[in-house]
Design a protein around this ligand. Structure first.
Ligand code: CUA
Length: 337
C-alpha cells in the first residue's frame, strides 16, 4: 500500500494541475499581460512557500530539542540573550527586505502592463450591463463604428485598448488567459490594454458579484489574424441579411410588430432598441445570453420561449408567442449571420 502512496499523490497533483490549463486560466497565459502576471503569481507563491517552510522548521527545531539544564537558573546569561536578539533582528530585517522586494516586483509588473497598449491602434468600448457585455468598436470614420455584444474580436499579435464602463452596477472584466481584472464602474471610464500573442478563443467572466446572473455573464475574446479580423469587421458593418424563406419573412414581420424592437436593434430594419444586445448578426456569434447557451436553432427557441427559466432575473421578458410564431422568429434570427 505504502508503495502506491507517491503514485497516488503524483496523480492527484497532475489532475489538479490539469485544471490550470485551457481557455480561461491565469496560469496558462496567452498574452504579455497574463505572462507577466503568471510569472508574478509563481514567484510570490514560491517565495512565500519557502518562507513558510523555513518558519515551520524554526518552530519545530526548538520543540524537538531537549531543554538544556542550567547550573544557575537565575543568573542572566548575557551571551545567550545577545545571540537570541541577533536572530530576531536578522529575521525582522529579512522580512522587511522580502516585503520591499515583492512590492517593487508588483510595481514594475504594473509598469509593464501599462506599457502594453501605449501604441494600440484599435480602441474598443466595453460596457457592462446586467448581465451581458456591449462591445463598440471605435473608428475615426463614423460609418465604421460597430456595435455588437458578448464576443470581442481582436487582431492577434496587436495591442488593443479597451475603454470599460458600466450602465448599472459594478462589474469586473476578466480574461484570465490574456490579462488581469479591471472593474467596470458606472460613470467612470477605465482603461485595460490587452494583447493576444496568437489566434485563439479565450473565455472571460464577470469577476465582481453583480446580481442574480453574475455567474452567467461570460464573454469571449476571439483573436484572429489581421486580414480575418478586418473581413469580420466589414461583414459586421453590413445591414442584416434579408430573410431567405417565407417562414423567416413572417418571423421578421413578427419581430418588428412585437415588443422585441423596444430593446433590440437589427441593422437595416426599423428595430432600433439599444438597451439589449444588437441582433444584426446574432447568428454569427458562438453563444447566446452572454455565454449561457451555445448558438443553435434549438437554443434560440428555448431562450425566446423561456428566458426566465434559463437565466432567472434577466431583463429579457417572456414574449407571448404561439408555437408557429416562435418557429418563424427563430427562422428569421438564425439567418442573421
Ligand atoms: Cu457582471 Cu458579475
Amino acid at each position: 500500500m505504502k508503495r502506491f502512496a507517491p503514485i497516488a499523490f503524483a496523480t492527484t497533483i497532475a489532475l489538479f494541475l490539469q485544471g490550470c490549463a485551457g481557455w480561461q486560466s491565469a496560469l496558462d497565459p496567452k498574452g504579455p499581460a497574463a505572462s507577466e502576471l503568471a510569472w508574478l503569481i509563481w514567484f510570490f507563491t514560491g517565495l512565500c512557500a519557502a518562507v513558510w517552510v523555513l518558519v515551520m522548521i524554526a518552530l519545530a527545531l526548538p520543540l524537538m530539542m531537549r531543554p538544556r539544564e542550567r547550573a544557575e537558573p537565575l543568573v542572566i546569561d548575557a551571551d545567550a540573550d545577545n545571540r537570541k536578539l541577533r536572530v530576531v533582528l536578522t529575521a525582522v530585517a529579512l522580512t522587511a527586505v522580502i516585503l520591499v522586494g515583492l512590492t517593487l516586483l508588483s510595481f514594475f509588473a504594473n509598469r509593464t502592463l501599462a506599457a502594453i497598449g501605449s501604441d494600440a491602434a484599435l480602441t474598443i468600448r466595453v460596457t457592462g450591463h446586467q448581465w451581458w457585455w456591449e462591445v463598440r468598436y471605435e473608428d475615426a470614420t463614423p460609418s465604421r463604428i460597430l456595435t455588437t455584444a458578448n464576443e470581442i474580436h481582436i487582431p492577434a499579435g496587436e495591442p488593443v485598448r479597451l475603454l470599460i464602463t458600466s450602465t448599472d452596477v459594478i462589474h469586473s472584466f476578466w480574461i484570465p488567459s490574456l490579462s488581469g481584472k479591471l472593474d467596470l464602474i458606472p460613470g467612470r471610464m477605465n482603461v485595460l490594454d490587452i494583447k493576444a500573442d496568437k489566434p485563439g478563443v479565450y473565455r472571460g467572466q464577470c469577476a465582481e458579484f453583480c446580481g442574480a446572473q453574475h455567474a452567467n455573464m461570460g464573454t469571449f475574446i476571439i483573436a484572429e489574424p489581421r486580414e480575418k479580423f478586418d473581413a469580420w469587421w466589414n461583414d459586421q458593418l453590413q445591414p442584416a441579411a434579408a430573410p431567405m424563406s417565407d417562414e423567416a419573412k413572417t418571423g421578421e414581420n413578427l419581430f418588428l410588430k412585437r415588443p422585441c424592437v423596444m430593446c433590440h436593434k437589427i441593422g437595416g430594419t426599423p428595430a432600433g432598441g439599444t438597451v439589449a444586445p444588437d441582433l444584426t448578426h446574432i447568428a454569427s456569434r458562438q453563444t447566446l445570453a452572454a455565454g449561457t447557451l451555445t448558438m443553435s436553432r434549438g437554443n434560440l427557441a428555448a431562450w425566446i420561449a423561456d428566458p426566465q427559466g434559463i437565466k432567472p432575473g434577466s431583463h429579457m421578458p417572456v414574449a407571448d408567442l404561439s408555437g408557429d410564431e416562435l418557429n418563424a422568429i427563430v427562422a428569421y434570427l438564425e439567418g442573421l449571420k
